[in-house]
Design a protein around this ligand. Structure first.
Ligand code: GLY
Length: 568
């Protein structure tokens, strides 16, 4: 065992791993799961079950996270991946923390104006679709790095379940069938060799079996060679050939040079709760702490969940924080991000000094710029607690649904379209309507700014909650609201995750509300305060775990998706 467990737990682990007869049966439940020992909550029931079985075999939360990441790459290709990137937040049972950055990087051949035409105008879709959209993938390096430091079970054991699913096939859920059907044209258009394994002229149906043979072969290479099974040899060669056929720029050197990076966890306090979250190149942790600091002086709990007053307060904090995000946040290896100042209580109090409880501030009065919000937002989050009390929160992404839509021919996996998370032209909104400037401009080897916010909350030195979500720019506000739902409004985990959400991101100057999130009177009150309101079908898909007062683990698997908990 590496350094994740104290000695007493190591002895227990040896005992457990000798007990080959131990039943691997785990509970798998869409909603309402409460268990005594260990739990996984993810976007797909098969991935959650695989993770819980790893935990049952004595694996720790990092082992399970690795198995879940690879399983999601098979069963949930809309966002699960080996061709994307992400972040991992770890809290060991005795309180030590770590954060791993396996975010994609801009290829060495990239340049800040690569998505602009000769008139310096953005070329539509170039950063979003096809072979110029991907950054150098980080997920496999991330899993190998996490394993190196914390893994306990044999690496092969963590790959086997995903390989099995890819090789033997698995049943599609209705949502997945619909997602594949909705992308048939894009798969045909953006691939140099049509990925026949996802094509279906009659349309995929719920319950259909789908197999990913080439992906199974790639996972076997990763199983045999670790990181080198992806960044070198056949897989790397296939990626580079794919790039050449489609005029992409990821090279063998880009792949060989990719490294995942341990970062210092970002910590903050909110009313006696300790928040452990992801530092830059995610903007998520900084923005989450800014939001909490901005509202801390106001009694949001007393204002009530879903009232005009509490929504107004959150919105006013959000427009100020997202304005800061656009200017100050970028890859810390390339840009000096003023993290300490941004999360400082006095700084955020100053930002809120012109907050008025009865009227909205115009975003235009906070800063300049125009933006429009795109609809679809795909990323995925999973939360894991093992029976030793270790906790791991992972958010991982291809960026948009099915990323760039490009499968690496012969290797069977999708490449991300993460390059769009850079500011491709100052002041021009990305896919999520977010705008940025110099801090997040493209540069070779730089990581694009993210909003992913895997977060762990402690109370009195003990684990309280793990939380995270997909949703692009809405990730930060969804995590923010889920935390408040528990801390301020006394909801249980499932209620907190399923509660309706609202979102504001400074630009556009629009308060987005989920369908039926607010009643008509609240809507009228918010409008009379000066808020521009727009309905947004759904916001986020939070997968969370709460450590209850009785020390049992309670799942929050978002009802907005197929998200499911598994545990024992
Ligand atoms: N691609 C979404 C994010 O990283 O924020």
């Amino acid at each position: 065992m590496k350094n994740i467990f104290p000695l007493s737990v190591i002895l227990l682990l040896i005992f457990v791993s000798c007990d080959q007869t131990a039943s691997l049966k785990v509970q798998v439940q869409k909603s309402g799961l409460v268990v005594d020992s260990a739990m996984v909550v993810s976007a797909h029931p098969l991935a959650s079950e695989i993770g819980a079985k790893i935990l049952k075999q004595g694996g720790n939360a990092v082992d399970a996270a690795i198995a879940v990441q690879f399983a999601l790459a098979v069963v949930y290709p809309v966002a699960g991946n080996i061709g994307g990137g992400g972040f991992m937040v770890i809290r060991e049972s005795y309180g030590k923390t770590a954060t791993l950055d396996f975010r994609e990087k801009a290829p060495a051949g990239s340049d800040r104006d690569m998505y602009l035409d000769e008139n310096q105008e953005v070329i539509e879709n170039l950063s979003l679709r096809g072979h110029l959209a991907p950054g150098v993938p980080g997920s496999v390096a991330g899993m190998a790095e996490a394993y190196e430091k914390f893994g306990t079970l044999p690496w092969e054991k963590l790959l086997d379940p995903a390989i099995d699913l890819a090789e033997k096939g698995f049943q599609l859920t209705a949502r997945e069938a619909g997602a594949l059907n909705g992308n048939q044209e894009a798969f045909r258009k953006y691939n140099t060799i049509v990925p026949e394994f996802v094509m279906n002229e009659k349309g995929w149906q719920e319950g259909d079996i789908i197999k990913y043979k080439d992906l199974a072969a790639t996972l076997k290479l990763i199983k045999a060679k670790g990181k080198d099974g992806f960044y070198k040899g056949i897989t790397a060669k296939n990626i580079v050939e794919e790039m050449k056929r489609g005029n992409g720029i990821i090279s063998l050197e880009d792949l060989e040079n990719y490294q995942a990076t341990w970062r210092n966890p970002l910590m903050g306090q909110y009313k006696g709760y300790r928040i452990i979250t992801m530092p830059p190149p995610s903007s998520g942790g900084v923005a989450l702490l800014q939001l909490l600091k901005s509202i801390e002086p106001y009694a949001i709990g007393e204002l009530g969940y879903g009232t005009a007053a509490s929504i107004h307060l959150m919105t006013e904090a959000e427009r100020r924080v997202y304005a800061d995000r656009a200017t100050h946040l970028g890859d810390p290896d390339f840009w000096d991000v003023p993290v300490d100042q941004l999360i400082d209580a006095a700084y955020n109090a100053e930002r809120m000094a012109d907050f008025h409880p009865d009227s909205a501030t115009l975003s235009a009065d906070i800063s300049a710029g125009q933006a429009a919000l795109a609809e679809s937002t795909e990323t995925t989050h999973f939360s894991i607690v093992d029976k030793y009390g270790n906790a791991v929160a992972v958010t991982t992404t291809l960026n948009g649904g099915f990323g760039s839509k490009v499968f690496v021919a012969g290797s069977g996996f999708l490449l991300n379209n993460e390059m769009d998370d850079f500011s491709i032209k100052p002041g021009v909104p990305n896919y999520y309507g977010l705008i940025g400037g110099e801090a997040n401009a493209i540069a070779p080897g730089k990581r694009m700014l993210s909003s992913m916010t895997p977060t762990i909350v402690e109370k009195d030195g003990k684990l309280l909650m793990l939380v995270g979500t997909p949703g692009g720019s809405t990730i930060i506000t969804s995590v923010f609201q889920t935390i408040l739902n528990v801390i301020e409004y006394g909801m249980n985990m499932e209620q907190a995750v399923n509660a309706k959400r609202v979102h504001h991101q400074w630009k556009p100057d629009t308060l987005f509300v989920e369908t039926n999130a607010v009643d008509s009177l609240t809507m009228l009150t918010l409008k009379s305060m000066g808020h521009q309101i727009s309905d947004r079908g759904r916001i986020g898909r939070v997968d969370a775990i709460l450590m209850r007062k009785d020390n049992r683990l309670e799942a929050g698997a978002d009802e907005r998706g197929d998200d499911t908990a598994a545990g024992f």
